[in-house]
Design a protein around this ligand. Structure first.
Ligand code: BEZ
Length: 234
């Protein structure tokens, strides 16, 4: 496979642009979604079991992501006719607590592999003919903010994808970082003091609501309600 297959987007850089046909019509990416968060994700192939379980799960969460001002966009290197037939079949499947799932987000036809190449979704060590399970979080300005890759055999955890989106939005809105395993309502990490005066205040232990676990590791409370009141905001 050509070297081009190994090009990867990078965190903090603009999301690679493309136009594509999808199950919801033609899209100009990411421009058509400016002002929204985007989760662009690839799956190896239509009509396969792990991918089907993923689409049912993601499809069942569409309203959650909409509330978070987030557009979901799927992709595989199958064509439009296959995508449409597969989504129609998915609607008929009953699995776990799910049934009648209508996948309403666009699913890209990438038979040409144009998009898969631009996004480093083709990883020949895993498969020469299928895209791996890649996930890109793109912010309302079209910048790549996080990426996760899974192999063919492992279905993604969609609660984790939602957690990542919520964490990125919370970080932007409150200028804080999130410790390991953070969930809304948990303490957040405050930035290091940027002046001597601020440092003195922190050292004195008199900074309102801030708890220091070491001088470089300080947290504060951020309630779930405060987080939820800001989520999805641009
Ligand atoms: C699946 O979705 O089940 C799958 C797809 C490609 C390779 C292996 C598994």
């Amino acid at each position: 496979m050509e070297n081009q297959s190994f090009v990867m987007p990078r965190i903090g850089e603009p999301a690679p642009e493309f136009t594509a046909n999808t199950t919801q019509g033609k899209i100009n990416f990411p421009a058509d979604f400016t002002g929204k968060w985007i989760i662009l994700f690839s799956h190896p192939a239509d009509f396969t079991p792990v991918c089907t379980s993923e689409f049912i799960t993601f499809g069942s969460m569409q309203a959650d992501f909409e509330k978070l001002n987030c557009q979901l966009v799927g992709l595989s290197i199958d064509g439009l006719a296959s995508h449409i037939a597969w989504l129609r079949e998915i609607r008929k499947i009953e699995w776990k607590e799910f049934k009648n799932i209508d996948v309403e987000f666009p699913l890209i036809d990438d038979v040409s592999m144009n998009v898969a190449r631009k996004y480093g979704m083709l990883q020949p060590g895993e498969s020469e003919t299928k895209a791996v399970r890649a996930v890109f979080f793109i912010d309302p300005k079209g910048m790549v903010r996080a990426m996760i890759y899974y192999p063919l055999s492992l279905g993604r955890n969609f609660d984790e994808l939602k957690r990542v989106l919520v964490a990125l939005q919370t970080s932007d809105n409150f200028r804080v970082s999130m410790p390991a395993d953070w969930r809304p309502g948990d303490p957040v990490i405050v930035p290091a003091p940027s002046t001597m005066e601020a440092l003195k205040k922190r050292d004195s232990g008199k900074e309102d609501g801030v708890t220091c676990h070491s001088w470089w590791f300080c947290t504060r409370k951020l309630s779930k309600e405060e987080v939820e009141s800001k989520l999805g905001n641009k």
